[in-house]
Design a protein around this ligand. Structure first.
Ligand code: ZN
Length: 394
């Protein structure tokens, strides 16, 4: 199946909600061909639609630059082209609809360029800018995207936690007045709000302010806009995952230097939020931690991998900072093999399997919990060209 824009999935959630059925779509961050294959395999196995996301950082990483945060626009475009080629080639063999969405595009020019490179949906995140500037930039992205048929997600308010290398200590909750104006003046298809979730694996005590989602969504519906809400920072970090990770780090002998992540947002809470207009739920930290758990387990079971000329360098990074459960940090020594899925070194191949297992563990669980399983056939599949016509007519 060819890649589709985000909007048909958002529309499906909205229509089901009106019938009293709750379905939210998880959106999962991809950093390699291995992630992509595993995610599409699970979607196929569960007959669910899939939102695969690549952040700006992921596009830089995929271009092959170890210091991916410093990637230039050209390099990020090269990465975007590769991710899009991998996702569309693999999705073409699947029978479920797949969306390729840019997560946290902070540069409007890159958000627009990503569509040219094959993304079917983009987030433009101007939430840290003054409202006027955010509206102007978003409008420019929406105009370019809708001309091509791609969907756009915007953001109002700011989450606590680290995202794309930028750390925010406190949250700035979404102001419904600002959100209402932003949606009216930009024409975005989806709106990320700040209502108590936070990025990363140290979320503290989660307290969702559902009234914010309810108020914002109520106004969007009342005004007749075609826009659904998005919940960022929504990894659930369930106990079985956290204790599994701790157990592997303890077995390796590094428990003393490990800071245990906090539990995340329970899925029941997310499903409650989905009744208030949340249709897309971003999941990243769950996949990072599940992958990291399997990687520690691999090194525990294969002591010679710690001495291997390639994976040994990875091991050194892991034990230097055991709390840094960030695969794009400790996998730098195998970045090229990861991007190309080069399995010529058996230990590298073993590590790549850890990524696949991490993705599968999380997606199998989350897709079923969020209600996506079995729903692939219910999505009204419209390609990017169909959507371009619809946007032009509206
Ligand atoms: Zn986010």
């Amino acid at each position: 199946m060819k890649l589709i824009p985000l909007w048909p999935l958002m529309e499906m959630s909205r229509d089901l909600r009106a019938q009293g059925i709750n379905v939210a779509h998880g959106a999962y961050n991809m950093n390699s061909l291995v992630h992509i294959k595993a995610a599409i395999d699970v979607a196929q196995e569960l007959n669910s639609p899939l939102i695969a996301q690549g952040s700006e950082g992921a596009n830089g990483w995929y271009s092959g630059r170890p210091d991916f945060r410093n990637a230039t626009l050209d390099e990020k475009m090269k990465g975007a082209r590769k991710i899009a080629a991998d996702v569309s080639a693999y999705a073409a063999q699947a029978s479920v609809p797949v969306v390729l969405h840019l997560d946290h595009g902070v540069d409007p020019d890159f958000a627009i360029a990503a569509i040219e490179e094959g993304y079917t949906s983009v987030m433009y995140d101007g939430s840290s800018l003054p409202l006027e500037q955010n509206i102007a930039n978003t409008r420019r992205v929406v105009e370019a995207a809708h001309k091509k048929g791609a969907s756009v997600e915007g953001e109002i308010g700011g989450l606590a936690g680290a995202e794309e290398g930028i750390e925010h200590e406190t949250a700035k909750y979404t102001d419904p007045d600002e959100a209402e104006r932003y949606v009216a003046e930009t024409g975005v298809d989806a709106l990320a709000i700040s209502y108590g979730t936070s990025h990363g694996e140290f979320k503290g005590k989660v307290n969702l302010k559902l009234e914010i989602a309810g108020e914002v969504y109520g106004r969007i519906r009342k005004n007749g806009y075609q826009c659904e809400l998005v919940s960022h920072g929504s990894s659930s970090l369930p106990e079985h995952l956290l204790s599994g990770l701790v157990e592997q780090i303890r077995a390796a002998g590094y428990a003393d230097q490990f800071k245990r992540p906090d539990p995340g947002v329970p899925v029941e809470m997310l499903m409650k939020a989905s009744r208030y207009g949340i249709s897309k739920i971003n999941v990243d930290a769950d996949i990072r931690l599940a992958t990291t758990m399997y990687v520690w387990e691999y090194f525990n079971k294969n002591a010679d991998a710690r001495k291997d000329p390639v994976t040994g360098k990875m091991w050194e990074l892991m034990i230097a900072e055991p709390s840094k459960s960030r695969p794009r940090y400790y996998m730098t020594p195998i970045q090229q093999q990861m991007i190309a899925e080069d399995r010529s070194n058996p230990h590298v191949s073993g590590i790549l399997d850890c990524i696949a297992e991490g993705v599968k563990l999380v997606l199998r669980e989350r897709i079923q919990q969020l209600g996506g399983a079995g729903r692939a056939g219910e999505v009204e599949v419209r390609g990017i060209e169909d959507m371009a016509r619809e946007y032009a007519a509206a």
